[in-house]
Write a new protein. Structure first.
Length: 191
């Protein structure tokens, strides 16, 4: 007989984090060469919290690394984009080093086929990403709602170096919103 006393309650994870650093970044936040190690850390965290679903955006770096790990683990993946996929791909995916375009295309196609792609109709700039962060948390809450009488836990994961950037920092804001919404919070280091 299997002992399930140490198995965590099923969890829904809302995730946000750093994009891969641009070439020649003056201050490293998520170097491309750290992507594999960060993926390992994310997968370990998913297993530890008993994740059954991931809600995130799909930018190069934290989002796409997490989506790849979620796919490998068989988790449901819901993607929230602030605007049309082709525009997002150009501004938040293929503008950094790495093979992110094909990963993005595959993940977005899978989310679309599963009816798990949410595209907002935001303009641009910081407000668009802030709106996407709010929707990521709302979508995670909806997926965590009681199903058959059992509530799923809500985790928010910040994949970053741990320090807010000067000015507007969407990752730090995501953490603040998640805490206010009652999510358990975990940081996954990128360095």
């Amino acid at each position: 007989m299997t002992d399930f006393t140490n198995v965590p309650v099923a969890s829904v994870v809302a995730l946000a984090g750093r994009r891969i650093d641009p070439t020649g970044a003056p201050q490293p936040r998520f170097p491309l060469e750290q992507a594999e190690e960060v993926g390992r850390r994310i997968a370990e965290a998913f297993r530890r919290v008993g994740a059954v679903a991931l809600v995130s955006s799909a930018a190069c770096g934290a989002d796409l690394v997490a989506l790849e790990q979620a796919e490998r683990l068989g988790l449901r993946r819901r993607i929230v984009l602030p605007f049309a996929p082709d525009r997002f791909r150009n501004t938040s995916v293929i503008d950094r080093p790495g093979p992110w375009g094909t990963v993005f295309d595959r993940q977005v196609a899978a989310a679309m086929a599963a009816d798990d792609l949410v595209v907002l109709r935001q303009g641009g700039g910081d407000d668009a990403y802030a709106a996407a962060n709010e929707v990521i948390l709302r979508e995670a809450q909806a997926l965590a709602a009681p199903v058959g009488g059992s509530q799923r836990r809500q985790f928010a994961m910040l994949v970053w170096e741990g320090s807010p950037r000067p000015g507007n920092d969407a990752t730090a804001q995501f953490g603040t919103l998640a805490r206010m919404a009652g999510f358990s919070l975990e940081s996954i280091p990128t360095l």
